[in-house]
Write a protein that binds this ligand. Structure first.
Ligand code: 1BN
Ligand code: ZN
Length: 326
């Protein structure tokens, strides 16, 4: 091939690539919109954690698990309406047990075809293997599960009372925390089922945000590694809002670890760019450390810090109501 033809071809490929990636990422551009933003209530969110934790660990195939999905169903139907809530039930065999699992999807601003996704897992871990004195007992999961769900329950109330500029779908994934340590095939059961069995085929929100462990004392949220790979603009926008709001002690401007979680499963199965706001630290060697109460009996109401939820709520409401261009 002639040198000039090769040059022209390279330019054409480059232009096509630039066009395609800009197109692909057009849902990940943010600017201040001058819209008013509702107030977040971390008092309400705290109460929603209490209501979940009081049921006991929400471990699949237990009464607490069945009662919890009923509680969520009532709550989201109250605020989204009966026609905008769908429970996706399925069964799966894990470690010799047939588990009955339930993902819940609630849609707000259903008049908008342009949408975003917010999610968290609602199940509790069946064993707290990090607990030195009680490694086999299920954990309360006040932060690991309940805090993110509680934040979404409060968003539901706010979305029902304040007109949204974009559609928002809330998904509560089941069976995220079921796997034995290192057995990643048996974690993320709900998000994997949802990704492989999409209730709305072709569903393609601009982006997704996972809220995993967003209510614990001494929380920090470094920029999680896969999130930076999937949607760096979204991560940077959220962290820069946090800085403007003087929450940069929580949303620290540092690269975090690469953490396996529902956001990866969603991104891999559906292509939706999804990020994870998750409490963790990196040690000097770059290993991920979760908080000391993680996967222990200490993950109970005592370690919940309402101020952390207030910060996350303020930042995300600013993003949703005031930063996403129409
Ligand atoms: C987050 C909270 N995760 C579990 N509880 C995700 C995770 C899965 C973290 C496997 C480490 C290993
Ligand atoms: Zn966990």
């Amino acid at each position: 091939m002639k040198k000039r033809t090769l040059y022209t071809l390279s330019i054409a490929v480059l232009l096509l690539y630039t066009f395609c990636t800009t197109e692909n990422r057009s849902g990940l551009q943010f600017t201040e919109q001058g819209r008013s933003v509702p107030e977040y209530s971390s008092d309400n969110a705290y109460q929603y954690i209490v209501n979940q934790v009081n049921l006991g660990p929400r471990v699949p195939n237990t009464d607490a698990h069945r009662e919890a999905i009923q509680l969520y169903n009532r709550h989201f139907r109250e605020f989204a309406g009966n026609n905008a809530v769908f429970v996706q039930s399925f069964k799966t065999e894990v470690y010799g047990d047939s588990l009955s699992l339930y993902n819940l999807i609630a849609s707000f601003g259903t008049e908008h075809s342009d949408r975003i996704l917010l999610a968290e897992h609602w199940d509790s871990r069946p064993r707290g293997e990090e607990d030195p004195s009680n490694p086999d007992a299920p954990i309360p999961g006040a932060d690991d599960g309940a805090s993110g769900v509680a934040m979404l329950m409060e968003f539901a109330k706010i979305f029902s009372e304040n007109e949204l500029p974009i559609g928002v779908d809330i998904i509560l994934f089941d069976g995220e925390d079921y796997g034995m340590p290192s057995d990643l095939d048996n974690y993320f059961l709900g998000s994997r089922y949802w990704g492989n069995n999409p209730p709305v085929p072709g569903y393609s929100p601009r982006f997704g945000i996972l809220l995993d462990m967003v209510g614990g004392v001494n929380a920090i949220f470094p920029k999680e590694g896969y999130s930076m790979q999937f949607a760096p603009n979204l991560v940077n926008e959220i962290w820069s809002i946090a800085e403007e709001f003087e929450y940069d002690n929580l949303f620290i401007d540092e690269r975090g670890g690469r953490i396996s979680d529902d956001h990866i499963v969603v991104e891999q199965l559906t292509g939706i760019p999804m990020i994870n706001i998750i409490h963790h630290r990196l040690d000097e060697s770059g290993n991920v450390n979760f908080p000391p109460y993680w996967h222990t009996q200490e993950d109970n109401l005592d370690i919940i810090d309402e101020d952390v939820m207030q910060a996350v709520g303020d930042v995300l409401l600013e993003l949703i109501y005031n930063r996403i261009p129409s």
